[in-house]
Design a protein around this ligand. Structure first.
Ligand code: NA7
Length: 295
Protein backbone atom coordinates (compact mmCIF):
# COMPACT_ATOMS: atom_id res chain seq x y z
CA UNK A 1 0.00 0.00 0.00
CA UNK A 2 1.53 3.30 -1.08
CA UNK A 3 2.10 5.90 1.63
CA UNK A 4 -0.68 8.51 1.52
CA UNK A 5 0.40 12.09 0.97
CA UNK A 6 -0.97 15.56 1.67
CA UNK A 7 -1.36 16.95 -1.81
CA UNK A 8 -2.31 20.42 -3.04
CA UNK A 9 -3.80 20.23 -6.54
CA UNK A 10 -3.94 23.53 -8.44
CA UNK A 11 -5.89 23.62 -11.70
CA UNK A 12 -8.96 21.40 -11.99
CA UNK A 13 -9.77 21.94 -15.67
CA UNK A 14 -10.57 19.24 -18.23
CA UNK A 15 -7.48 17.22 -17.28
CA UNK A 16 -6.96 18.29 -13.67
CA UNK A 17 -10.42 17.36 -12.36
CA UNK A 18 -10.31 13.65 -13.29
CA UNK A 19 -6.65 13.45 -12.21
CA UNK A 20 -7.51 14.87 -8.78
CA UNK A 21 -10.37 12.36 -8.56
CA UNK A 22 -7.89 9.51 -9.14
CA UNK A 23 -5.75 10.78 -6.26
CA UNK A 24 -8.77 10.99 -3.97
CA UNK A 25 -9.90 7.49 -4.99
CA UNK A 26 -6.40 6.20 -4.14
CA UNK A 27 -6.82 7.55 -0.61
CA UNK A 28 -4.61 10.65 -0.72
CA UNK A 29 -5.62 13.78 1.18
CA UNK A 30 -6.14 16.35 -1.55
CA UNK A 31 -6.77 20.09 -1.30
CA UNK A 32 -7.92 21.58 -4.60
CA UNK A 33 -7.94 25.10 -5.95
CA UNK A 34 -9.02 26.43 -9.33
CA UNK A 35 -9.12 30.00 -10.67
CA UNK A 36 -12.79 29.53 -11.57
CA UNK A 37 -13.97 28.25 -8.17
CA UNK A 38 -16.94 26.17 -9.41
CA UNK A 39 -14.57 23.68 -11.07
CA UNK A 40 -12.80 23.04 -7.74
CA UNK A 41 -16.03 22.98 -5.73
CA UNK A 42 -17.27 20.16 -7.98
CA UNK A 43 -14.64 17.94 -6.33
CA UNK A 44 -15.88 18.46 -2.77
CA UNK A 45 -18.29 15.56 -3.19
CA UNK A 46 -15.33 13.30 -4.00
CA UNK A 47 -13.70 14.18 -0.69
CA UNK A 48 -11.46 17.10 -1.66
CA UNK A 49 -10.92 20.08 0.58
CA UNK A 50 -11.54 23.22 -1.48
CA UNK A 51 -9.15 26.09 -0.82
CA UNK A 52 -10.01 29.76 -1.40
CA UNK A 53 -6.62 30.64 -2.94
CA UNK A 54 -3.36 28.95 -4.01
CA UNK A 55 -1.44 30.03 -0.88
CA UNK A 56 -4.02 28.44 1.41
CA UNK A 57 -4.10 25.28 -0.73
CA UNK A 58 -0.36 24.61 -0.45
CA UNK A 59 0.18 25.54 3.21
CA UNK A 60 0.16 21.95 4.59
CA UNK A 61 1.14 20.06 1.47
CA UNK A 62 4.17 17.83 1.03
CA UNK A 63 3.45 17.72 -2.71
CA UNK A 64 2.04 20.51 -4.88
CA UNK A 65 0.66 19.46 -8.28
CA UNK A 66 -0.15 22.02 -10.97
CA UNK A 67 -1.87 21.40 -14.30
CA UNK A 68 -2.83 24.69 -15.94
CA UNK A 69 -2.88 26.07 -19.48
CA UNK A 70 0.65 27.17 -20.19
CA UNK A 71 3.98 28.49 -18.90
CA UNK A 72 2.56 31.93 -18.10
CA UNK A 73 -0.13 30.36 -15.91
CA UNK A 74 2.35 28.13 -14.03
CA UNK A 75 4.75 31.02 -13.45
CA UNK A 76 1.89 33.24 -12.33
CA UNK A 77 0.65 30.61 -9.88
CA UNK A 78 4.09 29.84 -8.48
CA UNK A 79 5.38 33.37 -8.02
CA UNK A 80 2.67 36.04 -8.48
CA UNK A 81 -0.08 34.17 -6.66
CA UNK A 82 2.44 33.02 -4.07
CA UNK A 83 2.23 29.22 -4.15
CA UNK A 84 6.00 28.77 -3.84
CA UNK A 85 6.44 31.16 -0.96
CA UNK A 86 3.44 29.80 0.94
CA UNK A 87 4.60 26.17 0.70
CA UNK A 88 6.66 24.34 3.31
CA UNK A 89 10.43 24.28 2.93
CA UNK A 90 11.38 21.18 0.94
CA UNK A 91 7.89 20.79 -0.58
CA UNK A 92 7.93 18.95 -3.92
CA UNK A 93 6.32 20.85 -6.82
CA UNK A 94 5.15 18.63 -9.68
CA UNK A 95 4.12 20.60 -12.75
CA UNK A 96 2.01 18.43 -15.05
CA UNK A 97 1.10 21.25 -17.47
CA UNK A 98 2.67 21.20 -20.92
CA UNK A 99 5.20 24.06 -21.13
CA UNK A 100 8.53 24.78 -22.80
CA UNK A 101 11.46 22.67 -21.52
CA UNK A 102 13.53 25.84 -21.06
CA UNK A 103 10.86 27.33 -18.77
CA UNK A 104 10.66 24.09 -16.78
CA UNK A 105 14.44 24.27 -16.22
CA UNK A 106 14.19 27.93 -15.14
CA UNK A 107 11.33 27.17 -12.76
CA UNK A 108 13.26 24.28 -11.20
CA UNK A 109 16.25 26.58 -10.62
CA UNK A 110 14.06 29.30 -9.08
CA UNK A 111 12.38 26.75 -6.82
CA UNK A 112 15.74 25.37 -5.73
CA UNK A 113 16.82 28.93 -4.82
CA UNK A 114 13.66 29.17 -2.70
CA UNK A 115 14.41 25.84 -0.95
CA UNK A 116 11.69 23.91 -2.77
CA UNK A 117 12.04 20.93 -5.12
CA UNK A 118 10.62 20.52 -8.64
CA UNK A 119 9.70 17.85 -11.18
CA UNK A 120 8.25 18.41 -14.63
CA UNK A 121 5.75 15.61 -15.31
CA UNK A 122 3.51 16.39 -18.30
CA UNK A 123 1.02 13.79 -19.45
CA UNK A 124 -0.45 12.23 -22.55
CA UNK A 125 -3.68 10.29 -22.88
CA UNK A 126 -6.28 13.04 -22.73
CA UNK A 127 -9.41 13.04 -20.64
CA UNK A 128 -10.11 9.30 -21.21
CA UNK A 129 -6.62 8.49 -19.88
CA UNK A 130 -7.08 10.88 -16.96
CA UNK A 131 -10.39 9.25 -16.00
CA UNK A 132 -8.98 5.73 -16.29
CA UNK A 133 -5.74 6.53 -14.46
CA UNK A 134 -3.81 5.34 -17.51
CA UNK A 135 -1.96 8.53 -18.50
CA UNK A 136 1.56 8.36 -19.87
CA UNK A 137 3.55 10.51 -17.43
CA UNK A 138 6.95 11.75 -18.62
CA UNK A 139 9.03 12.88 -15.67
CA UNK A 140 12.10 15.13 -15.65
CA UNK A 141 14.07 15.92 -12.51
CA UNK A 142 16.17 14.32 -9.80
CA UNK A 143 15.92 10.54 -9.39
CA UNK A 144 15.16 10.75 -5.66
CA UNK A 145 12.43 13.34 -6.17
CA UNK A 146 10.78 11.26 -8.89
CA UNK A 147 10.93 8.16 -6.69
CA UNK A 148 9.22 10.11 -3.90
CA UNK A 149 6.53 11.25 -6.34
CA UNK A 150 6.08 7.82 -7.96
CA UNK A 151 3.35 6.40 -5.66
CA UNK A 152 1.34 9.60 -6.10
CA UNK A 153 1.86 9.79 -9.85
CA UNK A 154 1.01 6.10 -10.28
CA UNK A 155 -2.56 6.83 -9.15
CA UNK A 156 -2.85 8.80 -12.41
CA UNK A 157 -0.85 6.67 -14.86
CA UNK A 158 2.47 5.07 -15.79
CA UNK A 159 5.55 7.08 -14.89
CA UNK A 160 8.85 7.06 -16.77
CA UNK A 161 11.84 9.18 -15.78
CA UNK A 162 13.25 10.52 -19.05
CA UNK A 163 16.10 12.71 -17.75
CA UNK A 164 16.86 15.86 -15.73
CA UNK A 165 14.66 18.96 -15.31
CA UNK A 166 12.99 19.88 -18.61
CA UNK A 167 13.35 16.39 -20.12
CA UNK A 168 9.76 15.49 -19.22
CA UNK A 169 8.59 18.52 -21.18
CA UNK A 170 10.83 17.61 -24.11
CA UNK A 171 9.32 14.08 -24.12
CA UNK A 172 5.85 15.61 -24.15
CA UNK A 173 6.78 17.74 -27.16
CA UNK A 174 8.04 14.62 -28.97
CA UNK A 175 4.68 13.06 -28.17
CA UNK A 176 2.74 16.10 -29.34
CA UNK A 177 4.61 16.22 -32.64
CA UNK A 178 3.53 12.61 -33.28
CA UNK A 179 -0.05 13.36 -32.20
CA UNK A 180 -0.42 16.40 -34.49
CA UNK A 181 1.19 14.73 -37.49
CA UNK A 182 -0.91 11.59 -36.94
CA UNK A 183 -4.13 13.64 -36.79
CA UNK A 184 -3.03 15.21 -40.07
CA UNK A 185 -2.45 11.77 -41.59
CA UNK A 186 -5.76 10.30 -40.38
CA UNK A 187 -7.62 13.43 -41.58
CA UNK A 188 -6.16 13.11 -45.08
CA UNK A 189 -6.99 9.41 -45.29
CA UNK A 190 -10.60 9.84 -44.17
CA UNK A 191 -11.08 12.90 -46.40
CA UNK A 192 -9.79 10.96 -49.40
CA UNK A 193 -12.12 8.10 -48.49
CA UNK A 194 -15.10 10.46 -48.34
CA UNK A 195 -14.35 12.39 -51.49
CA UNK A 196 -13.23 9.31 -53.41
CA UNK A 197 -16.55 7.57 -52.91
CA UNK A 198 -15.94 5.14 -50.01
CA UNK A 199 -17.63 5.15 -46.61
CA UNK A 200 -15.13 6.82 -44.25
CA UNK A 201 -16.49 4.98 -41.20
CA UNK A 202 -16.10 1.64 -42.99
CA UNK A 203 -12.60 2.58 -44.21
CA UNK A 204 -11.56 3.37 -40.64
CA UNK A 205 -12.98 0.01 -39.50
CA UNK A 206 -11.33 -1.87 -42.35
CA UNK A 207 -7.81 -0.60 -41.67
CA UNK A 208 -7.92 -1.04 -37.88
CA UNK A 209 -5.42 -3.74 -36.92
CA UNK A 210 -3.27 -3.17 -40.01
CA UNK A 211 -0.09 -1.11 -40.14
CA UNK A 212 -2.07 2.14 -39.90
CA UNK A 213 -3.60 1.21 -36.53
CA UNK A 214 -3.01 3.79 -33.81
CA UNK A 215 -4.76 5.43 -30.88
CA UNK A 216 -5.24 8.44 -33.17
CA UNK A 217 -6.97 6.36 -35.87
CA UNK A 218 -9.07 4.80 -33.13
CA UNK A 219 -10.12 7.82 -31.02
CA UNK A 220 -9.59 10.84 -33.27
CA UNK A 221 -10.66 8.88 -36.34
CA UNK A 222 -13.96 8.10 -34.61
CA UNK A 223 -14.43 11.79 -33.75
CA UNK A 224 -13.75 12.80 -37.35
CA UNK A 225 -16.22 10.26 -38.73
CA UNK A 226 -18.87 11.48 -36.24
CA UNK A 227 -17.88 15.16 -36.75
CA UNK A 228 -17.76 15.40 -32.96
CA UNK A 229 -15.50 18.35 -32.21
CA UNK A 230 -16.24 18.67 -28.48
CA UNK A 231 -12.84 19.19 -26.84
CA UNK A 232 -10.91 16.42 -25.23
CA UNK A 233 -7.75 18.29 -26.26
CA UNK A 234 -8.51 21.86 -27.41
CA UNK A 235 -6.88 22.96 -30.67
CA UNK A 236 -5.49 26.08 -29.02
CA UNK A 237 -3.40 23.88 -26.71
CA UNK A 238 -2.24 21.76 -29.65
CA UNK A 239 -1.06 24.98 -31.32
CA UNK A 240 0.79 26.00 -28.15
CA UNK A 241 2.52 22.60 -28.11
CA UNK A 242 3.56 22.91 -31.76
CA UNK A 243 4.98 26.38 -31.09
CA UNK A 244 6.97 24.79 -28.26
CA UNK A 245 8.07 21.88 -30.51
CA UNK A 246 9.51 24.40 -32.99
CA UNK A 247 11.21 26.40 -30.22
CA UNK A 248 12.81 23.21 -28.86
CA UNK A 249 13.86 22.22 -32.40
CA UNK A 250 15.50 25.59 -32.88
CA UNK A 251 17.30 25.23 -29.56
CA UNK A 252 18.52 21.78 -30.64
CA UNK A 253 19.53 23.11 -34.08
CA UNK A 254 17.27 20.77 -36.08
CA UNK A 255 14.62 21.31 -38.77
CA UNK A 256 11.29 19.43 -38.44
CA UNK A 257 9.37 20.05 -41.68
CA UNK A 258 6.22 18.09 -40.78
CA UNK A 259 5.92 19.85 -37.41
CA UNK A 260 6.40 23.21 -39.15
CA UNK A 261 3.55 22.46 -41.53
CA UNK A 262 1.25 21.23 -38.76
CA UNK A 263 1.96 24.41 -36.79
CA UNK A 264 0.82 26.55 -39.74
CA UNK A 265 -2.35 24.50 -40.18
CA UNK A 266 -3.32 24.58 -36.48
CA UNK A 267 -2.60 28.32 -36.51
CA UNK A 268 -5.08 28.68 -39.35
CA UNK A 269 -7.68 26.48 -37.57
CA UNK A 270 -7.38 28.48 -34.34
CA UNK A 271 -6.98 32.02 -35.67
CA UNK A 272 -8.74 32.04 -39.06
CA UNK A 273 -11.43 29.38 -38.76
CA UNK A 274 -12.52 30.02 -35.15
CA UNK A 275 -11.55 26.53 -33.98
CA UNK A 276 -9.64 27.42 -30.80
CA UNK A 277 -11.94 25.52 -28.46
CA UNK A 278 -12.67 22.62 -30.79
CA UNK A 279 -10.96 19.27 -30.28
CA UNK A 280 -7.64 18.93 -32.09
CA UNK A 281 -9.23 16.36 -34.41
CA UNK A 282 -10.98 19.42 -35.94
CA UNK A 283 -7.88 19.81 -38.07
CA UNK A 284 -10.16 17.96 -40.48
CA UNK A 285 -12.14 21.21 -40.86
CA UNK A 286 -8.97 23.02 -41.89
CA UNK A 287 -8.38 20.31 -44.51
CA UNK A 288 -11.92 20.75 -45.82
CA UNK A 289 -11.56 24.55 -45.90
CA UNK A 290 -8.21 24.30 -47.68
CA UNK A 291 -9.74 22.03 -50.34
CA UNK A 292 -12.81 24.22 -50.78
CA UNK A 293 -10.58 27.24 -51.23
CA UNK A 294 -8.60 25.50 -53.97
CA UNK A 295 -11.60 24.36 -56.03
P1 NA7 B 1 -8.27 23.44 -19.55
O1 NA7 B 1 -9.47 22.58 -19.28
O2 NA7 B 1 -8.38 24.62 -20.46
O3 NA7 B 1 -7.71 23.89 -18.12
C1 NA7 B 1 -6.76 24.90 -17.97
C2 NA7 B 1 -6.63 25.18 -16.50
O4 NA7 B 1 -5.64 26.22 -16.31
C3 NA7 B 1 -7.93 25.69 -15.85
O5 NA7 B 1 -8.00 25.12 -14.56
C4 NA7 B 1 -7.67 27.18 -15.82
O6 NA7 B 1 -8.44 27.86 -14.86
C5 NA7 B 1 -6.21 27.21 -15.47
N1 NA7 B 1 -5.53 28.50 -15.68
C6 NA7 B 1 -5.29 29.12 -16.84
N2 NA7 B 1 -4.61 30.27 -16.63
C7 NA7 B 1 -4.44 30.37 -15.29
C8 NA7 B 1 -3.81 31.31 -14.43
N3 NA7 B 1 -3.23 32.42 -14.92
N4 NA7 B 1 -3.81 31.09 -13.10
C9 NA7 B 1 -4.39 29.99 -12.60
N5 NA7 B 1 -5.01 29.03 -13.35
C10 NA7 B 1 -5.03 29.23 -14.68
O7 NA7 B 1 -7.06 22.58 -20.16
P2 NA7 B 1 -6.62 21.06 -19.90
O8 NA7 B 1 -7.03 20.62 -18.54
O9 NA7 B 1 -7.02 20.25 -21.08
O10 NA7 B 1 -5.02 21.22 -19.99
C11 NA7 B 1 -4.23 21.58 -18.89
C12 NA7 B 1 -2.78 21.35 -19.24
O11 NA7 B 1 -2.53 19.95 -19.57
C13 NA7 B 1 -2.28 22.12 -20.44
O12 NA7 B 1 -0.94 22.52 -20.22
C14 NA7 B 1 -2.39 21.11 -21.58
O13 NA7 B 1 -1.52 21.45 -22.64
C15 NA7 B 1 -2.08 19.81 -20.91
P3 NA7 B 1 -9.98 28.30 -15.22
O14 NA7 B 1 -10.81 27.08 -14.95
O15 NA7 B 1 -9.99 28.72 -16.66
O16 NA7 B 1 -10.25 29.43 -14.29
Amino acid sequence: MAQMADIAFLGTGLMGAPMARRLLAAGHRVTVWNRTPAKAEALAGDGARVAPNPADAVADAAIVITIVSDAAAVTDLYFTQGAVQAARGGALFIDMSSIQPSVARDLAARLADAGRRAIDAPVSGGTPGAEAGSLAIMAGGGEDDIEQARPVLEAMGQVTRVGPHGAGQLAKLCNQAIVAISIGAVSEALYLAEKGGADPAAVREAIRGGFAESRILDLHGARIVARDWRPGGPSTLQLKDLDNVLAAAQEAGVDLPLSRQMRERYHSLVHELGGADLDHSALYLELEARNLAST
